[in-house]
Design a protein around this ligand. Sequence first.
Ligand code: SAM
Length: 368
Amino acid sequence: MPTSDTTAIAQPALLGYCRAGFEPELAAEFTERAGALGFAGYARTERGSGFVRFVCDDADALSQALPFRDLIFARQKLVAFAELPSLGVVGPAKPDRVGAIVAAMQATLGTPTLHFGDVRVEHADTDEGKPLAALARALGNALRPALREAGWLTYIDSPDRPRLHVLLESGDYAHLGIVDPHDGSEWPMGIPRLRMHPQAPSRSALKLEEAFLTLLDAKEREAWFKENMHAADLGAAPGGWSWVLMRNGVRVISVDNGPLAAHLIDSGRVEHLRADGFVWHPKRTLDWMVCDMVEQPRRVAERMATWLREGWCRRTIFNLKLPMKKRWDETRQCLSLFEREVGQPVEWRAKQLYHDREEITVFARLRG
Ligand code: SAM
């Protein structure tokens, strides 16, 4: 008999994955947004852990009231239903992690039904989490047939059904949660696997590619990128974002005093303008303006608002570089300033992308 105590703790919570080091921002976001929606609860996290639990009796209803798309610092959103704090404690016998997880599900969720369409065993995207990748893979492979046998998992993966997530905090400690596939990230660990293209002038290209995939849906991508549309790229050098726009058929005015990769200019679809991105503006409305200028976030937010208000662009994607401290406060203040300065109904979506470091990416357009 194993000596481990594999008793599950059933404490409902909204659980979000985030960039390591940004747990205070996600905790503040959960706390403030849940409070504004009338949900009582508190955030539990450890700095550097890569995830936050917002403990809340009605985590299910809170999750519905707080769509994944509206969360800025969350890479994934789970309705967590159980914690297993001593999953792999080694006793005289081999730890039975699969058995412990199946038992925890029965103890917390009740009678098994053919409920889940898929299962993912994941670890946090942290230096401590990475060595758990092999265990996560092996556990996923072992768990799948056991869950099917116990009646928890469909025999064929059903992408429209809720997905079971097991987050390994360590080899001993697991969090169990549910992701609604229509209200969460489709990518394992909430991380899109994008490959750097050899022609891309900088790694920043991945940021804009991820922004298109994360902040826009498939219909919007199709409607908003057409051959020979026009865009401006402010703070363009060496040209990663301009290159992504160009690959989507768009003609680009790349504004930067720095040098641009020669093959962009040679393409005939990119014009390099050596000008100040806070001063220059086009004479007619462009389909897009993107901006990656390294500047005070409030100054950027204000300038982006001016572009929309003055009708210089239809849509924009821009980055806000965050300060070292009080990053949640700064985020909120920048986005309020942006809304105020646009002065008209504006739709915006913001996310800290996987390829973002100390920054967030915002998509915005005027409503209607
Ligand atoms: N998005 C670019 C890419 O994909 O290759 C990288 C941009 S880099 C992070 C920031 C750029 O902003 C720098 O090339 C810098 O010269 C430019 N920049 C900063 N302030 C600017 C300003 N006032 N006007 C124009 N460009 C500016």
